[in-house]
Design a protein around this ligand. Structure first.
Ligand code: ADP
Ligand code: MG
Length: 318
């Protein structure tokens, strides 16, 4: 058995871990990228961390929606929650199998399992009445108006590229399967959970779970998972080594170690755009506020060295 170190971490894998921009999007490439992005995670497993892994699903769920559209009239329409659960299963399978093979090669005796996750949201979340998250293909204005009538989709122009469907991205409140995930993680099983942010559900008048056509941000879902399973650490692996203020400007400054209040100040000053760094910093702040000890944001390539001095951006309690 691996010597465990008593610490637990949730690792959120960014989109780049599985699909690289500019590389042909095939399953063979997705597997190759997945294998490469697991190096750091294997190092953390070796160091004895209890681990849960979450991941994004942007390109994959986009493809799932495209397949539904292409198959209209031939195969049943799948609601968005099913598409999220389907990609959570497919991507979970890829990550799980790749990790199992690597752990075996390294002689590490750690189990791996994927749990398809439901994430509870408030049915009165303001996003549900005023959705903002673009998904799926681009359409003409004429098609957009037709789909608003026929399918009751909310359609909006996306920059100048055409019209797209928008769906709510409500705030995640808790993970339905968290007790099971916690038990497994505490036993040393590496659990892949809240893939693509998890399938959003609300609790109806009768107390039943009910899915809704929405998506959940994977960074925010990872923070909630971390809180629900009592992880000390949230590690967000993305495409940059460090978070910056004045990102991309001549006075860009990399952040090494910041407190919760500093993170809030920079966030309020607008250094972190919605849809990229914004949700990561919000997730970090939420996780620390809920009792987390440390958030590390760094590149996938840095994961194995993420606890070394000078690597990544660390966010800690005040
Ligand atoms: P992921 O798939 O990992 O969630 P995102 O594209 O959503 O990746 O977010 C990561 C991206 O955020 C980086 O590639 C970077 O271009 C961008 N970014 C925006 N603002 C900042 C910032 N202040 N510091 C660092 N990166 C930033
Ligand atoms: Mg993102």
């Amino acid at each position: 058995m691996t010597q465990m170190n008593g610490k637990s971490a949730v690792i959120a894998l960014g989109g780049n871990a599985i699909t690289q921009p500019g590389m042909e999007d095939t399953i063979a490439n997705q597997f190759a990228n997945t294998r490469r992005s697991l190096d750091g995670i294997v190092d953390l497993a070796k160091a004895g961390y209890n681990l849960a892994i979450s991941h994004g699903n942007g390109p994959q769920v986009g493809n799932a929606i495209l397949r539904v559209e292409l198959a209209r009239g031939k195969a049943p329409i799948l609601p968005l929650g099913i598409c999220v659960a389907d990609t959570g299963g497919g991507m979970g399978y890829m990550i799980e199998q790749s990790l199992q093979n690597r752990l075996k090669q390294e002689g590490l005796d750690r189990r791996v399992v994927t749990i398809i996750s439901q994430v509870i949201v408030d049915r009165n979340d303001p996003q549900i009445a005023h959705p903002t998250k673009f998904i799926g293909q681009f359409y003409t204005e004429e098609q957009a108006h037709r789909f608003t009538k026929e399918r009751r989709w909310v359609m909006k122009p996306d920059a100048n590229r055409g019209w797209r469907r928008v769906v709510p991205s409500p705030q995640p409140l808790s993970v339905v399967e968290s007790e099971t995930i916690k038990t497994l993680v505490e036993q040393g099983t590496i659990v892949i959970a809240v893939g693509g942010g998890g399938a959003p559900v609300y609790i109806d008048e009768k107390g039943n779970y009910e899915g809704l056509d929405a998506v959940i941000d994977k960074d925010l879902a990872s923070a909630v998972l971390g809180r629900d399973i009592n992880s000390e650490i949230l590690m967000i692996l993305t495409s940059v080594d460090k978070v910056a203020i004045n990102y991309g400007k001549s006075d860009e400054t990399l952040l090494h170690d910041i407190t919760l209040s500093q993170a809030r100040q920079y966030y309020d000053e607008g250094h972190f755009p919605p849809g990229s760094m914004g949700p990561k910093i919000r997730a970090a702040m939420q996780f620390i506020q809920d009792g987390g000890k440390e958030v590390i944001i760094t590149s996938i390539a840095n994961a194995g060295r993420a606890f070394d001095a000078g690597v990544g951006t660390r966010i800690r309690p005040d």
